[in-house]
Design a protein around this ligand. Structure first.
Ligand SMILES: Cc1cc2nc3c(=O)[nH]c(=O)nc-3n(C[C@H](O)[C@H](O)[C@H](O)COP(=O)(O)OP(=O)(O)OC[C@H]3O[C@@H](n4cnc5c(N)ncnc54)[C@H](O)[C@@H]3O)c2cc1C
Length: 409
């Protein structure tokens, strides 16, 4: 049995907040807090009952990423997961497309769902009202709310931290989250019938890992911001594709940094350990997942030059495919075809990622760590595809990381 203490002590927590969200809101046994390392982490403050413990053990996405193969409605691609159709897509709303992370594919789907009354609201993540540098759970009921929440925030989020209260409340909602957030909710649905009744759509974005708030601070320092408290507005990217990390200060000064430098040299050095062993960066449990549909240079590598935004839109369930088709017919989403073989060139990191998981779990076993339960993800197939040298390199790298981590995950 994996409880919250074992999950956090072994570096398995992804910070989604589900364990806390399963608490009785009147007397929460678990609350989410920002850890000294700058991640979202659960803290046990009361008695965790047997039922809550059972749900955490079975559904926590830090401890479990397990497919139920019988539930797949699409053929299972060993690298890209359950896949009905791959498209390139972007929001027909030009302002939304520009404000969004890539092409506003996710936001366009949310607007379609809200405009047609298929849901009452969206549960997503937006900038906190309390600080331009922090994330907060956001409830969206119309296009302007979705616009405000659009864009990637490369920092911790806990979109499941009030999930039981949400499932008790009236109305149906679409849920947007990182792949682990969506996997958690999908796994909770196996134990709690309210999830399928209340959450008709789950959307995800491909995720290379969650940087800590220390990463946000390091980014601001590298951008030239001396005093974080003077920041009045901040975005990690967007306002173009990929757009620039941009901080605005109270005295009117503006600091920027390009995406390749901000993500590729700063933020990606601050990822939590759980993301290093992630077997699902591609949102396999979502109805629809979006990613950057990068243009490629002559050598077939992603180009980060400024362009009009373009999302890669993968449908994984029949209702996800029906929603995309409906949004295209309604003119909410504009699309272009893409070959499945091209996805690996647009997303080279995700194409190799599953292959690294078994060697990294082996490093955890060698250092006496409790390991998560992963099933139905074709991890063996992907590890063999990477070859012995890459597996060895990954094993040794993870061993070094675990030995020096000193319990700080
Ligand atoms: C931590 C992180 C890692 C990423 N890794 C990859 C990657 O490996 N490959 C890739 O192609 N793209 C990655 N992205 C970018 C993301 O995949 C793009 O946002 C995707 O193309 C969707 O673009 P869009 O224009 O359709 O989304 P938008 O229409 O802009 O919608 C983005 C949605 O994401 C939600 N959101 C933003 N930040 C967070 C957060 N921290 N936690 C939970 N929800 C959030 C918003 O609420 C919004 O609903 C990452 C983003 C994040 C935040």
């Amino acid at each position: 049995m994996l409880d919250v203490a074992a999950i956090t002590a072994n570096g398995l927590c992804a910070g989604c907040g589900m364990c806390a969200g399963l608490s009785d809101p009147a007397r929460p046994a678990i609350v989410m807090q920002n850890s000294p390392e700058g991640y979202r982490r659960p803290v046990v403050v009361g008695d965790v009952g047997a039922e809550q413990a059972r749900l955490i053990d079975g559904a926590c996405p830090g401890a479990n990423i397990r497919h139920d193969p019988a539930s797949h409605e699409a053929e299972y691609h060993p690298v890209w997961g359950p896949l009905i159709t791959a498209r390139l897509g972007w929001s027909a709303d030009a302002e939304l497309r520009r404000n969004a992370s890539s092409g506003g594919g996710l936001s366009a789907m949310l607007v379609q769902l809200l405009n047609t009354g298929q849901i009452d609201y969206v549960v997503q993540t937006a900038v906190s009202d309390a600080s331009p540098l922090r994330n907060a759970l956001a409830i969206s009921t119309g296009r302007d709310d979705v616009y405000r929440a659009a864009g990637s925030r490369y920092a911790p989020s806990s979109p499941l931290e009030d999930i039981a209260a949400r499932l008790d409340a009236p109305g149906q909602f679409a849920f947007v989250g990182k792949p682990c957030d969506v996997a958690g909710l999908r796994q909770l649905a196996r134990h709690d019938p309210r999830v399928d009744a209340k959450v008709p759509f789950m959307l995800a974005f491909m995720c290379a890992g969650v940087p800590s708030y220390r990463g946000t601070s390091a980014l601001l320092t590298a951008m030239g911001v001396e005093d974080e408290s003077a920041v009045t507005a901040f975005r990690f990217r967007g306002d173009g594709w990929p757009g620039f990390a941009t901080a605005e200060l109270a005295d009117g000064r503006r600091f920027t940094m390009d995406y390749d430098t901000s993500w590729g040299t700063i933020l990606n050095r601050h990822l939590q350990f759980r993301c290093k062993i992630c077997p699902d960066g591609i949102g396999e449990f979502a109805d629809i997942v979006c990613a950057d549909g990068w243009h490629l240079d002559e050598a077939g590598r992603p180009l980060f030059d400024e362009q009009d935004g373009r999302s890669l839109v993968l449908t994984r369930t029949r209702k996800g495919e029906a929603l995309v088709a409906e949004a295209v017919a309604a003119g909410t989403l504009l699309t272009a075809p893409v070959e499945v073989a091209a996805i690996a060139r647009m997303q080279p990191f995700q194409a190799n990622r599953k292959g690294l998981v078994i060697s990294r779990l082996a490093a955890m076993a060698l250092t006496g760590k409790r390991r998560p339960r992963f099933a139905g993800l074709a991890l063996g197939h992907n590890a063999r595809r990477l070859g012995a040298k890459e597996n060895l390199r990954s094993l040794l790298g993870t061993l070094r990381r675990l030995v020096t981590a000193k319990g700080q995950y």
